[in-house]
Design a binder for this molecule. Structure first.
Ligand code: ZN
Length: 349
C-alpha cells in the first residue's frame, strides 16, 4: 500500500480533514461525558438534590486546577445516575456525538464502584450501558465496547469485590482498566486482581504516567501486564521506556485537552504528542472526560493540531493508530484503515 500524498493536502483543509477522517476513541470515561444539562434532567427525573441551583452554576464549577479537584465534581455529577435507563441515556448521548464525529469504534470506560458505592446494582450499570452499545452498532454504525475500570484510590480488595459482582455479566464488557487518582496509587497495588482478570481472558489497560512518573508506566507493563497505556505522556522522561513502547508497539491513549485542563501541560503548544509520534510510538488522541475538559474528540484533534503545528501525515498516523491500537478484530481494523486511506486520498486529490 502506498501512503497518501500528504503534501497535496493544504493546511487550511486540516480541520475539515480531522473531522471527516474515520477514527476510534480508546480513552473516554462514560461518566465524564455527562453534560450539565443531562445531569439536571436526570436529577429532576430521579428526585436527586444538586448542590448547584442551575446548569450555568454547575458549568461554572468546572474550574478545576488538578486531577483531585476535578474528581470531586465528577463524582458529584455521577450521583444522579440511578436507573438502568439513566446509564443508557448517558451512553447514548455520547455515542450519538461520536457518530457525528466519524468515530467508527469506541471503547468506553465505566467506573462501577462510583455507582455500587451508592447502592446502585452492578447489573443496572452494565445492562444500561451495554444496551446503548448494541443500539449504537445497529442504529449509528458505531462499534462500541465496554471496559470496566477499578478506582485506584480504593483498595485491591474492593476491586476484587467489584470483579466478582461483574462476572455474571462478563459477556457485556471486554476488559478492565485502572483509573482515578494516580499519585500515591501505583499499579503494584493491583497486581493480584489484574492477574486474575488476565486469567479470565479480559483485555487489560491502565492509566499511567499522566500525573504519575514514568516508573508507573513500567510497572503497569511489567506488574499488571497491560496491553495499552492510558495517557503515558510522562514516558518522554525515560529514554529506555520510550524505546520499549516503540519496539513493542504499545499504544498510548493521549488526551490533550484533559492534559491542558489538569495542567499536565501549561500550554497546548508544549504538548509532547508530536514527539511521541516522532519516536515511533503508537500514540492516539482521545477526549478522556469530554463534558468536563472542554471538548469531544474532534475538538481535541483540531485544537491540538492548531497549537502544535502537526499536519496531515500525523493526522493519518493518529487515525491509523487509533484503529490498530483498538481491541477490535483484525478484519474490522483493516476495513477502517482502508477507509482512512480512502479519506486521505480524497483530500489529496
Ligand atoms: Zn482517563
Amino acid at each position: 500500500m502506498s501512503l497518501p500524498d500528504f503534501a497535496r493536502i493544504p493546511r487550511e483543509r486540516l480541520p475539515e480533514l480531522l473531522a471527516a477522517m474515520p477514527k476510534a476513541e480508546l480513552h473516554i470515561h462514560i461518566e465524564g461525558s455527562l453534560e450539565p444539562e443531562l445531569i439536571f434532567a436526570l436529577a429532576q427525573r430521579n428526585g436527586v438534590a444538586l448542590a448547584y441551583p442551575d446548569v450555568q452554576a454547575l458549568r461554572d464549577a468546572y474550574a478545576f486546577t488538578n486531577l483531585q479537584s476535578f474528581l470531586d465534581i465528577y463524582y458529584a455529577g455521577a450521583s444522579v445516575l440511578i436507573e438502568e435507563q439513566d446509564f443508557y441515556d448517558m451512553a447514548w448521548a455520547y455515542l450519538r456525538k461520536a457518530a457525528e464525529e466519524n468515530v467508527r469504534r469506541t471503547e468506553l470506560f465505566f467506573d462501577p464502584q462510583t455507582h455500587t458505592a451508592r447502592g446502585v446494582a452492578m447489573a443496572t450499570v452494565i445492562n444500561g450501558l451495554h444496551r446503548a452499545c448494541e443500539d449504537a452498532r445497529e442504529k449509528l454504525g458505531v462499534d462500541a465496547a465496554l471496559i470496566l475500570c477499578f478506582l485506584r484510590h480504593l483498595s485491591e480488595d474492593a476491586a476484587f469485590e467489584t470483579l466478582e459482582q461483574a462476572l455474571p455479566l462478563r459477556d457485556k464488557f471486554i476488559g478492565v482498566g485502572l483509573d482515578s487518582s494516580e499519585l500515591g496509587h501505583p499499579p503494584e497495588k493491583f497486581v493480584r486482581v489484574f492477574a486474575r482478570c488476565r486469567q479470565l481472558g479480559f483485555r487489560l489497560v491502565a492509566h499511567a504516567g499522566e500525573e504519575g512518573p514514568a516508573a508507573y508506566v513500567w510497572s503497569a507493563l511489567d506488574a499488571l501486564h497491560v496491553e495499552r497505556i492510558d495517557h503515558g505522556v510522562q514516558s518522554i522522561h525515560d529514554a529506555d521506556l520510550m524505546r520499549r513502547l516503540a519496539q513493542e508497539g504499545i499504544p498510548l491513549t493521549v488526551c490533550p485537552l484533559s492534559n491542558l485542563k489538569l495542567r499536565v501541560f501549561e500550554d497546548l503548544r508544549q504538548h509532547n504528542l508530536g514527539q511521541l509520534l516522532e519516536a515511533g510510538l503508537v500514540a492516539t488522541i482521545n477526549s478522556d472526560d469530554p463534558a468536563y475538559f472542554g471538548g469531544y474528540l474532534n475538538q481535541n484533534f483540531i485544537e491540538t493540531f492548531d497549537a502544535t503545528g502537526l499536519g496531515a501525515r500525523q493526522a493519518w498516523q493518529l487515525a491509523t493508530n487509533s484503529f490498530t491500537g483498538s481491541f477490535a478484530d483484525a478484519q474490522a481494523k483493516r476495513r477502517w484503515c482502508d477507509e482512512v486511506n480512502a479519506t486521505f486520498a480524497r483530500f489529496a486529490a
